[in-house]
Design a protein around this ligand. Structure first.
Ligand SMILES: Cc1cc2nc3c(=O)[nH]c(=O)nc-3n(C[C@H](O)[C@H](O)[C@H](O)COP(=O)(O)OP(=O)(O)OC[C@H]3O[C@@H](n4cnc5c(N)ncnc54)[C@H](O)[C@@H]3O)c2cc1C
Length: 630
């Protein structure tokens, strides 16, 4: 028999990466929050790669941390190996990636939720979601307990209608042998939500002792380790090695000989897969001219012998998997502990949401993570934070947290999702941002911590440290601008060695640092007045100096774009009645219902001419409003 078991301000369906950040943010902002999970032992589970960060994803983790989120801190505590990727390229694409202990990470996150004030963690499958007569959302569990909530955040990951595929075998399941969320999809459709099928896949895990490491290339972590979190004062040490191997002609042959047995190629999987994280059979078919594909062999934890084979996800039958894994150097005799599989699941088209991640047609209902059509732990966590914060702010009658594209990768991610929607699982990449030089991983705190503080997620202690760091950066910038280095043999020897022109008069330190061949480390012996030792302060100052011209230009563009973003379009605008708009623009605008002229300009199918019409329309309704007031 159904019974009312409790009432929350915010109920979060899901305790994956999105649900964790959503729940913590709402609770930390003072909302009574319930977080539901199908399995309590899989809170913050990493069903695919045991790692956090990576290209552009590392930026997201830094930004989550800068706003007061949890992911960076947990990754710092549970990492096994940490590396800054793309160091040979410009600072815009430097990205932190940490191999993590999968179990330790999950335990750490579960414990954080358990200890969080205002938050209750429940193992319960939500089977129904509906609007109660009193206007609150009503959630029903599989055991018929009912909860009421002012706001609900859907963060159901790959569980929603989950179905696993391995060759011609398929069955209903969540990831890692967990129950799927079988009943909720019908309930969502019943309230009028549009959902669709996506799919993703994971590679096999193999037994460490069955791998022959002797001829594999080793990959070590960085020294010193750079932490994700601005709260981590003493980063830990690298504790494991990762390994590199390659597919070869034999791997290709085994896969191509059996391609008809792939559920994707036989058409049994309907869901759309991730374009940027393809399965090995997909890579081999799509890039058939490539003789080999790289793969990484990575430990899943300190107290397990499971090794993850990154780059080799598959949904081919188990016997084919064994054959192709055994063609790879180092894996010739490997024991597969968990076979690779593909999973198909329901998710929503995020075009139904506004940039707070609230459904436009279902006030108080938010979406986050894989449920919104994205793929990846970091993308999920970022959206969880946005949804959790905004659900709390709305309940408290406060202004929403709106992050624009120029502020962050998080803003870019949300804007991409709600403006363009996604036709395959969305993954963050640095190329998705037009402001890469501003949105660096090193300056996430400068960009976002004041916003986190304003919302209420940054503690006094952290804020004091942030302000002190900003002051030290300002002082260091002033010092390098004022310091003049006299010409000397020592200086000219350095310049000669670095192939940059020598000097015969005094030169400002800032002008030396501007040279691409030089940096703080190279100039250390002649820079006698430097007292600043914080690597992050020095890194930010150096980048600001080296790229000053580009940064200024980008800031100018941002200023212009922000003017368009500030031209807000009324939520109830009926675009079909605006004369001068083309038919396609009317349809698209009515579908997306943009919040500003800026957002409207990014909708595909809305032309610059349509934007001019909208600007005229806005000023006309503004003038009309003024006339009416007069
Ligand atoms: C097989 C596989 C392969 C993947 N491959 C990749 C990859 O290559 N690259 C990549 O970036 N990402 C990959 N991912 C995706 C990655 O796992 C997700 O993007 C990430 O975990 C999403 O986080 P989330 O919080 O949205 O959902 P999840 O981490 O899936 O968490 C969902 C949560 O919702 C709960 N839940 C669901 N329904 C209900 C319900 N009805 N009631 C109560 N609780 C419910 C679950 O118990 C769980 O706690 C893969 C995932 C899987 C499963």
């Amino acid at each position: 028999m159904k019974f009312i078991a409790g009432e929350f301000d915010v109920a979060v369906i899901g305790a994956g990466h999105a649900g964790i950040e959503a729940g913590l943010a709402a609770a930390r902002l003072g909302c009574k929050t319930g977080v539901f999970t199908i399995n309590m032992d899989a809170v913050g589970n990493c069903p695919c790669n045991p790692s956090i960060g990576g290209t552009a994803k590392g930026h997201l983790v830094r930004e989550i941390d800068a706003l007061g989120g949890e992911m960076g801190k947990a990754a710092d505590e549970c990492f096994l190996q940490s590396r800054m990727l793309n160091k040979g390229k410009g600072p815009a694409v430097h990205s932190l990636r940490a191999q993590i202990d999968r179990r330790a990470y999950s335990t750490r996150m579960k414990h954080t939720l358990e200890l969080q004030e205002n938050l209750e963690l429940r193992q319960a499958e939500i089977t129904e979601l509906e609007k109660a007569e009193d206007g609150l959302w009503l959630l029903t569990t599989r055991l018929e307990a009912q909860y009421k909530a002012k706001a609900v955040i859907l963060a159901t990951g790959t569980y929603l209608g989950g179905k696993i595929y391995v060759g011609d075998v398929s069955y209903e399941s969540g990831p890692d042998g967990m129950f799927p969320s079988k009943f909720l999809p019908d309930s969502l459709e019943k309230i009028g939500m549009t959902i669709r099928r996506f799919k993703t896949g994971t590679p096999a895990r193999v037994l460490r002792s069955s791998i022959d490491f002797t001829e594999l290339e080793e990959q070590s972590g960085d020294d010193p380790v750079v932490p994700f979190s601005y709260d981590t004062e003493t980063p830990g040490e690298n504790r494991v090695k990762c390994y590199v191997s390659w597919t070869n002609e034999n791997t290709k042959k085994v896969i191509l000989d059996n391609i008809s047995r792939s559920p994707m190629y036989s058409g049994r999987i309907e869901g759309v897969g991730p374009r940027y994280c393809p399965s090995i059979e997909d890579k081999i078919v799509r890039f058939s001219d490539k003789p080999r594909h790289q793969l990484f062999i990575e430990p899943c934890g300190l107290d397990t012998e499971e090794m993850y084979i990154q780059g080799m996800s598959s949904s081919l039958p188990e016997d084919v998997q064994l054959s192709f894994y055994h063609t790879i150097k180092g894996l010739e005799n490997c024991t597969v502990m968990r076979p690779a599989y593909a999973i198909e699941y329901f998710c929503a088209d995020p075009i139904q949401m506004n940039s707070t991640l609230e459904f436009r047609d279902f006030p108080g209902l938010y979406g986050a993570g894989q449920f919104n059509g994205s793929s990846g732990y970091e993308e999920a966590a970022a959206q969880g934070l946005v949804a959790g914060v905004n659900a709390a702010l709305k309940i408290q009658g406060k202004d929403p947290m709106l992050l624009d594209r120029a502020s962050s990768y998080i803003g870019t991610l949300v804007d991409d999702l709600v403006t363009k929607g996604c036709s395959d699982p969305y993954r963050m990449m640095t190329s998705r941002s037009e402001y890469r030089l501003i949105l660096r991983q090193d300056n996430a705190d400068t960009r976002l911590t004041p916003i986190g503080r304003k919302i209420g997620l940054i503690t006094d202690n952290r804020w004091e440290r942030y302000c002190a760091k900003q002051e030290r950066m300002r002082a260091e910038l002033e010092r390098v601008r004022k310091t003049v280095i006299s010409p000397s043999k020592e200086l000219n020897d350095i310049l000669k060695e670095r192939n940059t022109s020598e000097v015969n008069t005094g030169i400002r330190l800032v002008d030396l640092l501007k040279r691409p061949e030089l940096n703080y480390d190279v100039l250390e012996t002649i820079d006698k007045t430097r007292t600043e030792t914080d690597r992050n302060v020095l890194e930010q100052v150096e980048i600001e100096i080296k790229y000053e011209g580009y940064i200024k230009r980008q800031l100018l563009i941002i200023e212009q774009v922000r003017k368009l973003e500030s031209k807000r379009l009324p939520a109830d605008t009926d675009y079909s009645t605006i004369e001068g708009l083309r038919l396609e623009a009317r349809e698209k605008l009515n579908k997306v219902r943009p919040e500003s002229i800026g957002q409207a300009s990014r909708i595909s199918g809305v032309s610059p001419a349509d934007i001019s019409v909208l600007v005229i329309y806005l000023s006309a309704i503004k003038n009309k409003g003024t006339e009416e007031t007069v």
